[in-house]
Design a protein around this ligand. Structure first.
Ligand code: IMP
Ligand code: MG
Length: 183
């Protein structure tokens, strides 16, 4: 696949840079209140959450620790393989820590369920999740995230960290990918 102009592959913009910025600021304010007096370990799920994560961390106005984890479930397909694999673990121990998992998007909910269970087994004091996007019709309510940026319909989106086959991550907005690009 050779992509010369990623903008051409976008059907329409779902969330502009401005809309994302405003929502991330609101989430940051809420997290600042929730973690008042604490020092949460804020965990980025690589690579999709990277832009959301760095923007969000700067909006949390209390001391935090940053750590990174990488899992793979998608490969090159626009459909989940259903198998979640740990590619890179956290650097630090989270026992007795307040952990906040930062994810780009929930689709089937498998990734978040896997991570929540795996990290919970390490006995953190608390564990919460924040996802920028929630395909709320694609998963059961049991796998719901504690906080979210936006609900979206069941459609394939890219940009602001989200990829298709590792492309489109650096688009500054979130857009719906044209169907012919992945079908
Ligand atoms: P889940 O395990 O099915 O919930 O899938 C979650 C992961 O799939 C996310 O971390 C994303 O990396 C990826 N994903 C799901 N939907 C999309 C999408 O619309 N665009 C890009 N990546 C997606
Ligand atoms: Mg991904």
């Amino acid at each position: 696949m050779k992509i010369t102009n990623e903008q051409n592959d976008i059907d329409y913009v779902l969330f502009s840079e401005e809309q994302i910025k405003t929502r991330v600021r609101e989430l940051g304010e809420e997290l600042t209140r929730r973690y008042n007096g604490k020092e949460p370990v804020v965990v980025c799920i690589l690579k999709g959450a990277s832009f959301f994560y760095t923007d969000l961390c700067r909006q949390i106005k209390c001391p935090i620790h940053m750590d990174f984890i990488s899992v793979s479930s998608y490969g090159k397909d626009a459909q989940s393989s259903g198998i979640v694999k740990l590619v890179k673990d956290l650097d630090n121990n989270i026992k007795d820590k307040d952990v906040l998992i930062v994810e780009d998007i929930i689709d089937s909910g498998l990734t978040l369920k896997y991570l929540r269970e795996m990290l919970s087994s390490r006995k953190p004091r608390s564990i919460r999740t924040v996802c920028l996007l929630d395909k709320y019709q694609s998963h059961s309510p049991e796998v719901a995230t504690d906080m979210k940026g936006f609900n979206i319909e069941n459609q394939f989106v890219v940009g602001y960290g989200l990829d298709y086959a590792d492309f489109y991550r650096n688009l500054p907005y979130i857009g719906v990918l044209k169907k012919e690009c992945y079908e």
